[in-house]
Ligand binder design. Structure first.
Ligand code: AP5
Ligand code: MG
Length: 216
């Protein structure tokens, strides 16, 4: 399975991908995670990317395409992968098509998680992420057992730099103009399914599984 998980910021892509990756033994490829990891490790790529991320802007297409290309060439992405947050522009989608074609491969399914704007704001303002293992929580919808401490690894939780209101607004606008057109791009190929992200974590997960069965 070669899956792309789409949806606006805060739709639940990362939360659902944590489970899908485990249950279906997929290689997770999240450009947002890759940029944050590079920043945490003090790599020049991460420091450059964080300038855009903090403001809620997209990182340059060429930089992003290059890191994805390198990642897709690694052995563990040969058979199955789950893309989260890439592609985000038509230029990136075309670059991905080229990369996959050269590898004699193609996307098998695109899942688009839909969520309304009020819920997005609520989800992002309350989101907390583990500094160590990147597990995602929510102050109200998915609280940790001990306040501020990750249930999985005991790491400290933090609020993402781009979860400030101004940055969230920017990300939503950019999603509408640059990423939304990709829905038609993939729908025209017959491999896209919409999933209602306004349901509980489990209900969204079940719908994604059904959608995948339907396509593959
Ligand atoms: P990225 O990390 O990809 O962020 P995003 O797309 O904005 O999406 P989020 O991670 O914010 O949300 P999510 O859908 O994963 O939701 P989550 O599961 O966490 O990208 C960050 C930045 O990196 C970009 O803005 C850009 O600058 C740069 N970047 C990344 N990729 C790029 C690219 N391809 N090109 C250029 N730049 C790029 O859930 C959110 C919250 O809601 C959590 O607290 C969760 O617990 C809660 N929640 C989830 N599901 C539910 C539910 N069903 N019910 C209740 N609460 C829920
Ligand atoms: Mg995410």
């Amino acid at each position: 399975m070669k899956i792309l998980l789409m949806g606006p910021p805060g739709a639940g892509k990362g939360s659902q991908s944590e489970r899908l990756v485990k249950d279906f033994d997929l290689t997770s490829i999240s450009t947002g995670e890759m940029f944050r990891e590079a920043y945490k490790n003090g790599e020049p790529l991460g420091i450059e990317a964080m300038k855009y991320i903090e403001r809620g802007e997209l990182v340059d297409d060429d930089i992003t395409n290059e890191i994805v290309c390198k990642r897709l060439l690694r052995k563990d992405a040969e058979r199955c992968f789950l893309l989260d947050g890439y592609p985000r522009t038509v230029k990136q989608a075309e670059a991905l098509d080229d990369m996959l074609e050269k590898m004699n491969s193609r996307l098998t399914a695109v899942i688009n998680i839909t969520v309304d704007k009020v819920a997005i704001l609520e989800r992002m303002i309350g989101r907390r992420v583990c500094k160590r293992c990147s597990a995602t929580y929510h102050l109200s919808f998915k609280p940790t057992k001990v306040d501020g401490i990750c249930d999985k690894c005991g790491g400290e939780l933090y609020q993402r730099e781009d979860d400030q209101l101004e940055s969230v607004r920017n990300r939503l606008n950019i999603y509408e103009t640059k990423t939304n057109p990709l829905i038609n791009y993939y729908d025209n190929r017959g491999i896209l399914r919409n999933v209602d992200g306004m349901q509980s974590f489990n209900a969204v997960y079940e719908d994604i599984k059904h959608a995948l069965e339907d396509i593959t």
